[in-house]
Design a protein around this ligand. Structure first.
Ligand SMILES: Nc1ncnc2c1ncn2[C@@H]1O[C@H](COP(=O)(O)OP(=O)(O)OP(=O)(O)O)[C@@H](O)[C@H]1O
Length: 676
């Protein structure tokens, strides 16, 4: 820009020009916008036209599709028609061919039919001629049939006549049969009555014979049994000695080391050896001795084995023998284990079968009731008493006052009685064991007051069996003789059993010369006679089973012992040596005096260790060295007792003068007969 020209004019000018341009442009924009709006309008119109055209096209398209489909269907139908026509044409051509062949085939068929007709015509002619022949034959057959029918009618008539005859014969036969039957029945009834009468007579005679035979057989049996028993007694004696060696127990070690139990050189060394069923041997540096007994039980033998040997004695009890089974040995040697068992007391009440540890007492009671069950009901009853003998006093363990004094009294019948002793009726093993347990409790409770150790006393369980004697012991119904007691007692004296022949009027002797002294007249009390005179009163046999757990047999030194212990020891020693004396006296059969009364123990057991009674001494020994003195003493005691039956001299039988009560010797037999 040239200098001096006003720049603002120029700018204004330029501004005006720009404004004009702007206005022009705005106008142009406005006209363009108007045009654009117009175009929009036009476009919208065109769009709506397009839409309607499109709809129209789609309508036309649908119409076109329908048309096309229709056309296709028409073409398909035409194609199908064409095929059908083609098929019909082919069939028509085939029919035309058949139609051409048909006349020829018809002619052939007609020809064939003619020939068939011709053949049948010939056949018909020939069959017509044979039909006429058959008609002739039928005529002949009809004649024959007529003939047969006539003959059948005649036969029928004859049969009817025969049937009538048969009916008449049958009726007559029936009548005859009825008459015969009646007669036969009458004959049979007569025969039957006669046979019955004969049978009744025969039966009665047979019964009488049988009764006589039975009685004789019974008598013979009793004689045989008694003789057998006597023979056995002579052969074996009444005292048996068994020895039981108990196993080594822990307490045998004493104060020694338990690990050394049984070792050689210690106090617990085993020195008692079971050799066989009859021999036991004691072997130490000082001793070497064999002892022989009826039976030796090894340490491993169980309670059942011991009872197997005892069982026959229970049978003998019911046969009328008094029995005593006693366990002898030092404290801890197994006496209580053998007699009672080491198991819990409750087991007696629960078990029907024996507990394996049950000892002789429960097993014997169980066996006794088993045997009684086999006998006629009501013929046997059992009572039990439990006592201990402590310091030579009898203590009744079933009474309320065990300290009460009791005396042993020898009755007029020779039997021992302790009238003040409690005796309980029992019917099953549980009853017995309950009373034994009760007795043991009383023993234990009073032990603390009376004596310190229960084994310081002898325990005796007595089972008394009352059994009805056989019928021939019953007083006969015959009219009373001038000496009624003597009369029937004499009958009893004929009985072969010594133990049952107690009631001799004459104090006579049995067949073997033994005394029948018990019921000699002087000791026969009027009261007994009265009872015995009652007709048909059944006799009762009383037998006793005494089971004894003796006090410990240890050699108690008297030196240094004082007071109660000294008294206890001296009484135990005395009673056991009294027992040894009694067995010794029985061994020396020449001795008339058996010192039963030297001790309460032997006096109490008198009935069941002397006379016919059977005694079993069970020696209990511990096997250890520490007990050697007691063991040899015990085994020696057994040997001496055993000599009772081994002694060279025969037992002297009591003379008739030796009446019961006047001597310590037991009465003629252990069994006692009294009458209810
Ligand atoms: N044959 C045996 N088998 C097993 N154990 C036994 C046998 N003998 C004894 N015993 C046991 O030995 C111990 C002592 O036995 P037991 O009490 O029977 O002796 P005891 O001679 O009766 O003594 P005490 O005189 O003091 O009554 C008990 O524990 C017992 O169980």
């Amino acid at each position: 820009m040239p200098l001096g020209i006003d720049r603002s004019d120029f700018l204004m000018e330029k501004n005006k020009k720009l404004e004009r341009d702007l206005r022009t442009r705005d106008e142009k924009v406005a006209s363009l916008e108007t045009e654009n709006a117009m175009l929009y309008l036009k476009l919208a119109q065109l769009r709506s036209n397009l839409q309607s055209s499109r709809e129209e096209v789609s309508g036309l398209q649908a119409h076109y599709d329908d048309e096309t489909q229709f056309r296709q269907n028409v073409i398909d139908s035409a194609m199908k028609f064409r095929q059908d026509i083609e098929q019909i044409r082919r069939k028509l051509a085939a029919l035309q061919r058949v139609a051409v062949d048909l006349p020829i085939q018809f002619q052939n068929d007609i020809k064939h039919a003619n020939s068939v007709v011709q053949r049948h015509r010939h056949l018909f002619v020939s069959q017509t001629s044979s039909l006429s022949t058959m008609q002739d034959q039928v005529g002949q057959l009809q004649d024959a049939l007529q003939d047969v029918t006539d003959r059948h009618a005649k036969e029928k008539k004859r049969r009817q006549e025969l049937h009538n005859l048969l009916m008449v014969g049958r009726q007559e036969l029936h009548n005859l049969l009825m008459v015969g039957r009646q007669e036969l029945h009458n004959l049979l009834m007569v025969g039957r009555q006669e046979l019955h009468n004969l049978l009744m007579v025969g039966r009665q005679e047979l019964h009488n014979l049988l009764m006589v035979g039975r009685q004789e057989l019974h008598n013979l049996l009793m004689v045989g049994r008694q003789e057998l028993h006597n023979l056995l007694m002579e052969l074996r004696g009444n005292i048996r000695v068994h020895c039981r060696v108990r196993p080594l127990m822990e307490f045998d070690s004493g104060g020694e080391d338990r690990k050394m139990l049984g070792s050689s050189g210690t106090k617990s060394e085993v020195v008692v050896h079971y050799m066989d069923d009859e021999n036991v041997c004691v072997r130490t540096t000082k001793h070497n001795k064999v002892f022989e007994y009826e039976r030796v039980y090894s340490p491993s033998e169980v309670q059942e084995s011991v009872f197997d040997e005892v069982q026959p004695m229970i049978t003998s009890l019911l046969d009328g023998y008094n029995i005593c089974i006693m366990a002898y040995g030092q404290t801890g040697s197994g006496k209580t284990h053998t007699m009672l068992g080491s198991h819990k007391n409750e087991d007696y009440h629960l078990r029907a079968e024996p507990h394996k540890d049950e000892g002789v007492i429960p097993r014997a009671a169980r066996e006794l009731f088993r045997l009684i069950e086999e006998k006629p009901s009501g013929t046997h009853s059992v009572e039990v008493s439990v006592v201990e003998i402590y310091n030579n006093d009898i203590r009744d363990l079933l009474s309320g006052d065990p300290n009460a004094k009791h005396d042993v009294i020898t009755g007029a019948d020779g039997a021992l009685h302790i009238p003040t002793l409690t005796s309980k009726k029992v019917v099953k093993i549980q009853d017995v064991m309950q009373y034994v347990q009760f007795g043991l409790r009383t023993r234990r409770e009073s032990a603390t007051l009376v004596h310190e150790h229960s084994s310081r006393s002898h325990l005796i369980v007595t089972l008394t069996v009352n059994s009805e004697a056989p019928s021939f012991f019953t007083k006969p119904q015959a009219p009373p003789s001038p000496d009624p007691a003597g009369d029937w007692l004499h009958r009893l004296s004929l009985s072969p059993r010594k133990s049952w022949s107690l009631l001799s009027p004459s104090g006579g002797r049995d067949r073997r010369g033994r005394s029948l002294s018990l019921m000699t007249t002087p000791s026969f009390t009027p009261a007994q006679v009265e009872v015995q005179q009652a007709p048909s009163t059944p006799a009762v046999i009383k037998t006793k089973l005494q089971l004894v757990d003796l006090a410990g047999s240890e050699c108690v030194g008297m030196s240094g012992v004082t007071g109660a212990a000294l008294r206890e020891a001296s009484h135990i020693n005395k009673s056991l040596s009294a027992l040894a004396d009694v067995l010794g006296a029985l061994a020396e059969q020449s001795r008339s005096h058996v010192p039963y009364r030297n001790s309460r123990l032997t006096h109490f057991l008198q009935d069941s260790i002397g006379g016919d009674a059977k005694l079993l001494v069970l020696l209990c020994v511990a096997p250890a060295q520490r007990y050697i003195t007691e063991t040899t003493q015990c085994l020696g005691f057994g040997q001496r007792a055993r000599q009772v039956q081994r002694g060279p001299t025969k037992r002297r039988l009591p003379s008739s003068a030796e009446k019961v009560g006047s001597s310590d010797r037991p009465s003629t037999g252990p069994s006692r007969i009294s009458f209810r």
